[in-house]
Design a protein around this ligand. Sequence first.
Ligand code: S3P
Length: 171
Amino acid sequence: AAGTGTTNKIVLVGFMGTGKSTVSRLLAERLGWQRIDSDEEIERRSGKKISELFAEGGEDYFRDVETTTLQALMTLEQPAVIATGGGAVLRETNRTCMLDNAFVVALKADEAHIIARVGNDPSRPLLQGDAAANVRRLLDARRTAYDFATLSVDTTGLSPEDVCSAIIEQW
Ligand code: S3P
């Protein structure tokens, strides 16, 4: 959907560590909307941690649960800011569903910031082992994955408050 305040949903997409969680919290506060995190919603619905879903069924299984969850979130009636997992954009069906129902905002950050933010987080299965090397590999594989968004915000040098303001101005 093309901005100008016409949708009652704002979806944040972006690579791991680009600030989706923090920005979604602030944005929801400023708009007086509810805030939903798709990964938390996946964990709530499945009763399992993201890392357990990956361990038990592999990435494809996790992506299936993610797709089902995203589709449910996109049809909620209430206004909501929805933070998604970094790979939620990989399936075309998800991209279409998001664009059809929400103002989709991609957060961008440079590699060094991402590596500093994600550290060695054990809750992110795709980064286990050499986190920095995995970030580099995935960033490369996903070079254009977030380009479908209606708005892209380069967060370099911006505070989370600044990022929120940029989104609200363009929405
Ligand atoms: C993933 C990102 C994670 C989570 C899962 C897979 C990805 O979410 O959905 O570990 O493929 O980029 P965050 O972007 O919130 O870390």
